[in-house]
Design a protein around this ligand. Structure first.
Ligand code: CAA
Length: 257
């Protein structure tokens, strides 16, 4: 499918989706949110999806402020829902998702990143939720997902002040997995993606679901789900292949069955 504001490189192992509005620092308008949702759906049979931003300066500098200026409450609600649909989809698909944060990840941009399974940042990255500066709250899940990553105290400081953090500080507070030189960022994300793509597909997809769903459950209920998943995987070819390969001292060849 042809897109206007995003670039999509689809591949069974690692797909890459790039937000491509560099003149607006890749800000997310409704059209881009719909395109991203469509593209993520299309790539959901890839083992890994990397999300990044075009140009030298930004991953995504937020929801599109120009589009929001004339909105009333009803349109704002619909706009917020577009962001929630996209971020929930990113969490629900079996693919592992990696945000390659190559510059500003502000507002909706950080909210997009924190919906991903991993975040790698370039040294020039700046991450924050500056929405209160505009008189609004975060609208694509930032008040919930940021808290879960960095804890209440740090999340509230970032949300109430609107201050952003640089890549080093983001690493210190557990907001990114690692900080990488800018020119190496995509290569680094792809090498992490390659590692994931070589592992058992059913196992990785199950593990993602267990982590995501378990978060909202009691520890006991979540552990019960883990035990069930563990047992179910014993009936798969991948499990037989993975364990046989170990015993035979050779790399496993998984088929996802
Ligand atoms: N929406 C629309 N356009 C944006 C944008 C955004 N979020 N961020 C940047 N742009 C545009 C600018 O308007 C500018 O366009 P023009 O050249 O046509 O004027 C272009 O991108 C370059 O930006 P600047 O000239 O501002 O670049 P800078 O280097 O001076 O500053 C910046 C960079 C600090 C990131 C600054 O652009 C900025 O503060 N952007 C807004 C960040 C923000 O507030 N994000 C949160 C949005 S609200 C939100 O996301 C709500 C939600 O949760 C759903």
């Amino acid at each position: 499918m042809a897109y206007e504001n995003i670039l999509v490189e689809r591949d069974p192992a690692i797909s890459t989706i790039t937000v491509n509005r560099p003149k607006a620092l890749n800000a997310l308008n409704s059209h881009t949110l719909r395109e991203l949702t469509q593209a993520v759906r299309e790539c959901a049979d890839s083992r890994v999806i990397i999300l990044t931003g075009a140009g030298e300066r930004a991953f995504v500098a937020g929801a599109d402020i120009a589009e929001m200026v004339p909105m009333g409450p009803w349109q704002a609600r619909e706009f917020s829902e577009l962001g929630h649909v996209l971020t929930a989809l990113i969490e629900d698909i079996p693919s592992a998702t990696i945000a390659a944060v190559n510059g500003y990840a502000l507002g909706g941009g950080l909210e997009l990143a924190v919906a991903c399974d991993m975040i790698f940042a370039s040294e020039n990255a700046r991450l924050g939720l500056p929405e209160v500066t505009l008189g609004v709250t975060p609208g694509f899940g930032g008040t919930q997902r940021l808290v879960r990553l960095v804890g209440k105290l740090r999340a509230k400081e970032m949300i109430f002040t609107g201050d952003w953090v640089d890549a080093r500080r983001a690493y210190e507070i557990g907001l990114v997995n690692a900080v990488v030189p800018r020119e190496k960022l995509l290569e680094h994300c792809r090498s992490i993606g390659q590692k994931i793509a070589l592992k058992g597909p059913l196992a990785v997809a199950r593990a993602k679901r267990l982590v995501e769903r378990g978060y909202d459950m009691t520890l006991r209920a979540a552990n019960r789900q883990e035990a069930e998943s563990f047992a179910l995987l014993f009936d798969t070819q991948d499990r037989r292949e993975g364990m046989s390969a170990f015993v035979e001292k050779r790399p496993a060849k998984f088929t996802g069955r």
